[in-house]
Ligand binder design. Structure first.
Ligand code: URA
Length: 481
């Protein structure tokens, strides 16, 4: 019997090294004992040095992904089960992970689901608190979270993307993640006592939660299913839950009698506001958060959120609302929007069937006399709003995402791309088919009529292709799953 001793937690690189060595030496799963405890069992021979020269093992992508996603699971048997599958794949059963009835594959799939759920919960329920820092030092934030599995490394890139401009630490019983504004470092486990219990902003956040809580949907059992009580303890707004649930019945009656209202409460400004948001369950919830967060650059009248069916097959992404959109609170209703409507109509696309949204949700402008002149959003502003755009797409799960112009492409891919070269079907995001075309305002800006006519005809051609691709496309990956 060979013993493989791995680091406690999710030791992905140790596991990969060991697998390489074992497969190269022809050692089957029944001859291996996996452990994360100290070695020393009688009759057990350790596996060769981790840094062995065994050749890399070529595994199908599906197996490699399964390994990455299951290694963070807490079950001590995970390494043995994964090695069982890898061994059989290496012996020639290349499609093994597609056989859902295989008992080992089945167990691993359940583990994968559980890890994914845990990561999702961490993304949704982490709440940062401001830490006191000496005057003149940058602000710092900390959060406490208790994951079910060893997901810290897998889950934290989300927070880096979301809160890149801030300095924060996430403390958990299985490790600590620290972001200093440029590098992410992982450290030893911490204690809940290392994180302050509350800060000055919590009252505001609890108030915001109360203002958006929908008593008609209050279902304590379901709420606990989604949010185990252990998470409630970390969440300032959770203090309000028992009261809200208790008063839900009478609040529903009152709500039915009242006119619908737009939440007017604003979350605290800037980075902190961004930090407080949620993984919303519906577009309505997402849009309430966008509206409450307020503009990044002051001046806009209101947030202009996306518009269209919740399950639209095609999503169009523009740049930012213009003057008319800002005043009326609806996307694509000004001159560029009217041109887009016309081109879609000529191509057989009904505006009512598609979802129209923008990379940036607030109008940015320069005031010249009485006129408000559109000002292009910076890459930093586009990245600030990216999280919202991604949540919109995750909720809608369209078949096709159409980028109208360079800012939309930047928002979707993080890259500046010359539109004339990239125009047409494109890989914008992993889970959805993509298409790049010009922004309709580009057509409006062309100086001479001939150029306008030609460019418009090309735009209508694009819309036709969009309609065809949208009609033919398979459902998005997440919708298919
Ligand atoms: N331009 C955009 O990109 N979006 C709008 O909503 C209006 C004009």
């Amino acid at each position: 019997m060979r013993q493989v001793q791995l680091q406690p937690g999710a030791d992905l690189s140790g596991f990969r090294q060991a697998v390489r060595t074992l497969v190269a030496a022809g050692i089957g799963p029944e001859e291996v004992a996996w452990s994360t405890a100290e070695p020393g069992l009688f009759g057990v021979e350790p596996v060769a040095d981790k840094r062995s020269d065994a050749p890399p093992l070529r595994l199908p992508r599906a197996v490699a992904t399964l390994v990455e996603e299951v290694v963070p699971h807490r079950d001590p048997e995970r390494y043995a089960l994964l090695y069982d599958v890898i061994w059989r794949v290496a012996q020639g059963q290349r499609e093994l992970t597609e056989i859902a009835s295989d008992p080992v594959v089945h167990r691993l799939e359940l583990m994968r689901k559980s890890v994914r759920r845990d990561i999702h919960k961490m993304h949704a329920y982490v709440r940062f608190r401001q830490i006191e820092t000496p005057p003149g030092e940058p602000e710092r934030f900390a959060a406490w979270f208790e994951p079910d599995h060893f997901i810290l490394e897998a889950a934290t890139p989300f927070f880096v993307e979301r809160f890149r401009a801030m300095r924060w630490t996430i403390v958990t019983p299985v490790g600590t993640a620290d972001w200093d504004g440029s590098a992410l470092r992982f450290g030893p486990p911490g204690l809940r006592a290392h994180v302050p219990a509350g800060d000055a902003f919590e009252a505001g956040w609890t108030g915001y939660y109360e203002s958006t809580f929908n008593p008609a949907r209050a279902n304590p059992k379901l709420m606990q299913q989604h949010m185990a009580k252990k998470y409630w303890r970390n969440m300032p707004e959770a203090l309000a839950i028992p009261n809200l649930v208790r008063s839900a019945g009478s609040r529903v009656e009152r709500m039915l009698e009242e006119e619908p209202t737009v939440p007017t409460k604003r979350m605290p400004e800037g980075a902190l506001a961004a930090m407080l948001d949620q993984a919303p369950a519906s577009l309505a919830e997402l849009n309430a958060i966008i509206k409450a967060a307020g503009p990044l650059v002051p001046g806009a009248t209101q947030a202009v959120v996306g518009e269209g069916p919740e399950r639209a097959g095609i999503v169009f992404v523009g740049e930012q609302p213009g003057d008319e959109e800002d005043l009326q609170g609806r996307p694509f209703i000004g001159p560029a929007g009217r041109l887009l409507d016309r081109a879609m109509g000529e191509a057989g696309i009904d505006r009512k069937d598609v979802y129209l949204t923008n990379a940036v949700k607030h109008f940015k402008f320069e005031q010249r006399g009485k006129r408000r002149i559109h000002a292009k959003p910076t890459a930093g502003e586009v990245s600030h709003y990216r999280w919202w755009l991604m949540r919109e797409l995750e909720l809608i799960e369209p078949k096709l995402v159409v980028a109208l112009g360079g800012t939309a492409v930047l928002a979707l891919t993080g890259k500046q791309v010359p539109i004339t070269r990239a125009r047409g079907p494109a890989k914008l995001l992993e889970d959805f088919q993509g298409y790049i075309t010009v922004h309709p305002s580009y057509l409006l800006r062309l100086p001479d009529e001939d150029a306008k006519r030609t460019a418009y005809a090309g735009f209508v051609d694009d819309m036709r292709r969009v309609r065809e691709i949208g009609a033919a496309a398979a459902p998005s990956r997440s919708r298919a799953a």
